[in-house]
Design a protein around this ligand. Structure first.
Ligand code: GRF
Length: 203
């Protein structure tokens, strides 16, 4: 299993905007996070995340069912790319595909994700994007938040590593809540990775 030594070698999987990716790259750039961004992999060739990587000279790869129609071949290609870039910790940043069994086996306890709610509540099948915030509002919750957790074969079920809370305000819509939670994610994710890099959180 790859060692988690400083600087922590990160590999990212992202599907869309990559605002969390950007927050982490910024934390690396400013010296707050002792890590190296080794590679950004996206299943979406048009992902903003790939553009953000390119802007900072971080290698970017498009690996998807278009490049690899066979799911097992895709899973293998992702593992090969992460290994080729000497990635020690895999960071999911808005990655909309299920993680394959080869990737899980290659990086056991070495894949982290951020979810826009206080897991174990409001996680699992169908709980992504605005659906999460709609569900929180429909349940009449007074607070929500963000969770960084380890990824295993179950959706949103791995060990919780860190959480941050966000108040639900009267008049919140799913969109306003999503935005406030996202702002908190941008602080929580780099901070949690820093704690992993510094050995304050042991994986
Ligand atoms: C975030 O809300 C994150 O919690 C979830 O996917 C979204 C990614 O947003 N896993 P971005 O691509 O980082 O902007």
């Amino acid at each position: 299993m790859p060692h988690l030594e400083k600087p922590l070698r990160l590999g990212f999987l992202a599907s869309h905007g990559g605002s969390n990716l950007q927050a982490i790259l910024d934390a690396i750039g400013s010296g707050v996070l002792p890590a190296l961004a080794q590679v950004v992999i996206s299943n979406n060739s048009q992902a903003q995340a790939l553009k953000r990587a390119a802007a900072l000279g971080v290698p970017g790869l498009h690996l998807s069912s278009h490049t690899h129609p066979d799911a097992d071949a895709l899973d293998r290609a992702i593992v090969d790319a992460l290994r080729a870039h000497q990635v020690a910790l895999v960071v999911l940043a808005g990655y909309m595909r299920k993680i394959g069994p080869r990737l899980l086996a290659a990086y056991p306890g070495r894949i982290v994700n951020i979810h826009p709610a206080l897991l174990p509540r409001f996680g699992g099948q169908g709980m992504y994007g605005l659906h999460v915030h709609q569900a929180v509002l429909a349940a009449g919750e007074r607070e929500t938040g963000a969770t960084v957790h380890l990824v295993d074969s179950e959706h949103d079920r791995g060990a919780l590593l860190a959480q941050a809370r966000v108040r639900v305000e009267p008049g919140d819509s799913p969109e306003t809540l999503q935005q406030r939670v996202l702002t908190v994610e941008h602080r929580l994710y780099p901070e949690t990775l820093r704690k992993i890099a510094e050995g304050e959180i042991l994986l």
